[in-house]
Design a protein around this ligand. Structure first.
Ligand code: ZN
Ligand code: ZN
Length: 137
């Protein structure tokens, strides 16, 4: 039996399950991923197209295909959370790791588009860690 992982958006409208059988896992530092995530990078798992079962909210899903390149963002139209989607090539299913409710077995294999990496990413991962919110003072 393949382990199943549930996932969904922040507001709880969209829910799905995927099999924990991912082929790749990378951080993408490209400019488009930074813009659309509002953060330093996207964290994407790749798997086969059929490896998902939508449980609810599929009528609230919006797809944005960027005119240039192969960049796509799929998100909940209510809360904006990133969601799994077919790549523009139709060759794989892209699953934002943060959309999952549990840790996948696979750990990140690579960081891509590092030539476009935000300078503050490296400083950020070296900054002091706190278990919860900490006033920076
Ligand atoms: Zn939502
Ligand atoms: Zn990217």
């Amino acid at each position: 039996m393949v382990r199943k992982i549930s996932g969904g958006c922040l507001c709880g409208t969209v829910k799905f399950t995927v099999n924990d059988s991912f082929d790749n896992f990378y951080f993408c530092h490209c400019e488009q991923c930074r813009k659309v995530s509002g953060s330093s990078h996207a964290s994407n798992l790749l798997t086969t197209i059929g490896n998902i079962e939508w449980l609810s909210g599929s009528n609230k899903i919006v797809r944005f295909d960027h005119k240039e390149g192969a960049f796509t963002k799929v998100f909940c139209s209510i809360c904006g959370s990133g969601l799994p989607h077919e790549s523009q090539s139709g060759e794989c299913l892209v699953v934002p790791a943060g959309s999952l409710d549990a840790e996948p077995s696979l750990t990140p294999k690579a960081q891509i588009f590092c030539s476009e990496k935000a300078g503050w990413f490296t400083a950020g991962i070296e900054a002091p860690e706190h278990s919860g919110y900490e006033s920076a003072g």
